[in-house]
Design a protein around this ligand. Structure first.
Ligand code: THG
Length: 366
């Protein structure tokens, strides 16, 4: 496939110069912005991520800033999670839904103050939804996309690299908590989070002008750690069951179907609650499951979603699938109908380039 032309609609990021210089070989577009897909290859990037440390330009995780006297009220209207339990330094994974429980996004919410939150978005224009709710409800709240760009540091050597740039205090940051850490003449929110299971941090870089200086500082400090540029890795994230909104689940699905029922505990009358509570009570009609597909490293690329069959009928869809070198099998994430999602269930997958046998697993691989 040919290249992508950046413009004001398909935006570069504060780190794009570094990503390009590091040799990104393919990009996707996410929140109207460039996101690298791989550098050396999916498999070489994966091996390196699991052994060393990588710096990821995830500026595409755009922030919706919700600030003002009604900020908490608006967050409670949108969030299925109990916002009153959120600590002052906490991040929450929050599925956000329409009035039918259909997922609109699955951001990470960051509590900056009692009256100020960021929603760190997956792919989708959630700002417009939040703004619409605020306007229609006459709320006293400011909603903007600030000049904030997350940079992730992921991998087993992430603590060592981060402590060299920000000091040893980063080591004490707990999972999904943050501290404000100094850099040059400013400070950034630094959270222990990120879209891999290898551990690490996300730095919310506030101000485009700090982007390349921070990128360069991390690369310089990590030379002997074999630091490299990386990006969310297809193989590792399927092994870990990290869901991609728009692929693995869409507005056609509720958070219960997406396996996110544990994040739906708010006592408030949030949007979508009646459907979500009913599905928690009675079980959803379909659910996200780990799927093992037969064959070796010869699956075609899955760009459309693959239909899944059992008993001669369509019982689901697989939107993410790839060869896993570490588990020596094809790993996949499927949305599978009730009655067919139990571990051990045999399935047939139509990959578009032939049928494969497949089987529901009891859990994800990592
Ligand atoms: N970090 C930030 N913003 C993001 C993502 C991120 N926005 C887009 C996208 N990723 C949102 N989706 C997810 C999906 C999974 C997780 C985070 C964001 C995740 N899940 C943990 C897991 O499944 O192991 C558990 C989360 C929890 O226990 O609260 O990390 O990655 N800033």
């Amino acid at each position: 496939m040919a290249g992508i032309v950046p413009s004001r609609r398909v935006r570069g990021t504060p780190f794009t110069a570094g990503v390009q210089a590091a040799g990104a070989k393919a990009y996707t577009v996410y929140n109207h912005m460039l996101l690298a897909s791989y550098f050396e290859s999916y498999e070489a990037d994966y091996r390196h991520l699991k052994e060393h440390v990588q710096v990821w330009d995830v500026a595409v995780e755009r922030q919706v800033s919700v600030k003002g006297p009604d900020a908490l009220r608006l967050m409670k209207m949108m969030s299925p999670r109990d916002m009153d339990r959120m600590a002052d330094d906490q991040c929450y994974y929050v599925p956000i839904c329409d009035h039918n429980g259909g997922m609109l996004n699955d951001p990470v919410a960051i509590k900056l103050a009692q009256d100020h939150y960021w929603l760190s978005l997956a792919d989708g224009d959630l700002l417009q939804y939040a703004l619409g709710l605020a306007i229609a409800s006459n709320m006293d709240v400011e909603i903007v996309e600030p000049d904030v760009s997350p940079l992730a540091v992921q991998g087993p050597k992430a603590d060592e690299l981060m402590s060299r740039v920000f000091g040893d205090d980063v080591r004490d940051i707990r999972f999904f908590r943050y501290k404000r850490m100094a850099f040059m003449d400013t400070e950034f929110v630094v959270a222990r989070s990120g879209w891999s299971k290898q551990g690490g941090f996300e730095i919310y870089v506030d101000g485009t002008q700090y982007g390349m200086p921070l990128w360069d500082a991390l690369m310089a400090a990590g030379q002997d750690l074999n630091v490299r540029a990386g990006c969310p890795n297809l193989i590792e994230r399927i092994e870990g069951g990290l869901l991609s909104f728009g692929s693995d689940m869409t507005r056609e699905n509720t958070p219960v179907e997406a396996g996110l029922a544990k994040f739906c505990n708010s006592p408030e009358d949030y949007i979508g609650k009646s459907v979500i509570e009913a599905q928690k009570e009675n079980g959803p009609p379909r659910q996200i499951r780990p799927i093992e597909i037969s064959g070796s490293g010869d699956l075609p690329h899955n760009a459309t979603g693959w239909s899944v069959y059992a008993d001669g009928k369509n019982v689901g869809l697989i939107a993410s699938a790839t060869w896993s070198p570490d588990f020596n099998t094809n790993v996949a994430i499927g949305m599978i109908d009730a009655g067919y999602w139990d571990a051990g269930q045999e399935l047939i997958v139509n990959t578009g380039a032939g049928e494969r046998s497949a089987r529901v697993k009891d859990r994800f691989w990592i």
